[in-house]
Write a protein that binds this ligand. Structure first.
Ligand SMILES: [Zn+2]
Length: 389
């Protein structure tokens, strides 16, 4: 991760660079972020710059062995800590960051370093659990700090979501934070400094992240997604509440969109045939069930995206019936699905469906049973389409 790819103001990058150039790197820093800020990415960019073998005035080279290892989060002197919890593979009493390092690395790279806690919760399936940086993590940090660095340079500790440091574990770190071994750098990242112990806050130097402007978000989106049209980028940026992660999540990736569309097509086809009281083999309910189970197996965040996508699609279909393609733009596969299903999409049906999907989204957020909810939705949608006696 190079500074050039981190989405924060240039002023903040310059401030960190000045620290490094002047040889006065504060050994414990608290990156105080706003939601959706690139705190983790900036910490890694700083680590990469410090360890780079051929840095320029403004950035790491990106090509030396050290840069490559840091970019893959595999550098032996880069130590990562993040909230964790017991899972089906790791018992609660044994859990610590190190045991989830592989999952964490792939989580970071699949999100291009723009990470937030909600997604990490979904990966650990920890929605109902307390994720913490715990006492085993703290002991590990102390151990690592008492040994030499592998490469003879800095040892860098990045604590992501440092507010999740357990309050009974945090005091263990005080001495290390106050008098670390030579050439140690601790970067604590948080969006909630108010939830941290004062004793930790007072031992760190705060680095405050400014809120991103809509313009900055728009430019960052266009850089990360070169296929995105400027108008969509503008609209995503406006609706993102200054949160880049929110903006990039609202731009669904093409594979997922295709999947959500295909599932919608199969589910709705079966609903429509059922409503027409077609013979059961034609309705193929078993196939609709497969779709239901497939969606139910996804994380709740993805499930939510599914139904918001379905709502958007229903609205598009309704509008398309009165449009010759000049206003409503559809992809070829959306167009194909529209041709198949358009008979059903009346104004009345779309508003009923929209309301039903709102309820589904609420129920899923409350941890309802998705399989039951979608089965219920199936018969509900069919009843909307049945001719009234
Ligand atoms: Zn380098």
């Amino acid at each position: 991760m190079q500074f050039k790819d981190v989405i924060v103001s240039q002023e903040l990058k310059d401030r960190l660079l000045r620290q490094i150039h002047d040889g006065r790197i504060s050994h414990a820093q608290l990156f105080t972020c706003q939601p959706g800020n690139d705190g983790f990415a900036l910490a890694i960019a700083m680590a990469q710059y410090i360890c780079c073998e051929h840095p320029t005035e403004t950035d790491s080279c990106g090509g030396c062995p050290s840069c490559k290892q840091i970019a893959k989060l595999e550098h032996p002197d880069l130590h990562l800590y993040f909230p964790n919890c017991g899972t089906k593979d790791v018992k609660s009493k044994d859990c610590e960051s190190m045991l989830f390092l592989n999952e964490f690395r792939s989580f970071v790279s699949s999100n291009n370093f723009h990470i937030d806690l909600t997604d990490w919760l979904n990966i650990l399936d920890g929605a109902n659990k307390q994720l913490t940086i715990n006492i085993r993590d703290c002991s590990q940090i102390i151990n690592q700090n008492s040994t030499r660095s592998y490469r003879g340079g800095y040892k860098i500790y990045v604590l992501w979501c440092a507010d999740r440091l357990r309050h009974d574990a945090a005091p263990k770190l005080l001495k290390t934070l106050e008098e670390p071994e030579d050439k140690s750098l601790f970067i604590l990242i948080t969006e909630h400094p108010d939830q941290m112990l004062n004793t930790i806050l007072s031992r760190t130097q705060s680095v405050k992240f400014p809120q991103l402007s809509e313009k900055e978000i728009e430019e960052a989106l266009l850089k990360e997604f070169p296929d995105l049209d400027p108008e969509t980028a503008r609209s995503l940026a406006i609706h993102a509440d200054h949160n880049y992660i929110k903006a990039r999540k609202s731009y669904p990736n093409d594979d997922l969109s295709e999947q959500m569309l295909a599932d919608f097509r199969e589910y709705m086809q079966s609903v429509i045939l059922y409503a027409q009281r077609q013979p059961l083999e034609k309705v193929d309910y078993a196939h609709a069930r497969e779709v239901i189970e497939k969606i139910a197996a996804q994380s709740r965040e993805i499930q939510k995206q599914y139904f918001q996508f379905w709502q958007e699609l229903a609205r598009k279909f309704l509008l398309s019936k009165a449009d010759d393609g000049t206003i409503i733009k559809m992809t070829p596969s959306e167009q194909q699905t529209f041709e198949l299903l358009k008979g059903a999409f009346s104004l009345k049906f779309v508003s009923q469906m929209n309301e039903a999907l709102d309820t589904v989204i609420r129920q899923i957020a409350r941890n309802g049973n998705t399989s039951l909810i979608l089965t219920d939705l199936y018969f509900q949608l069919a009843s909307f389409l049945m001719p009234k006696k």
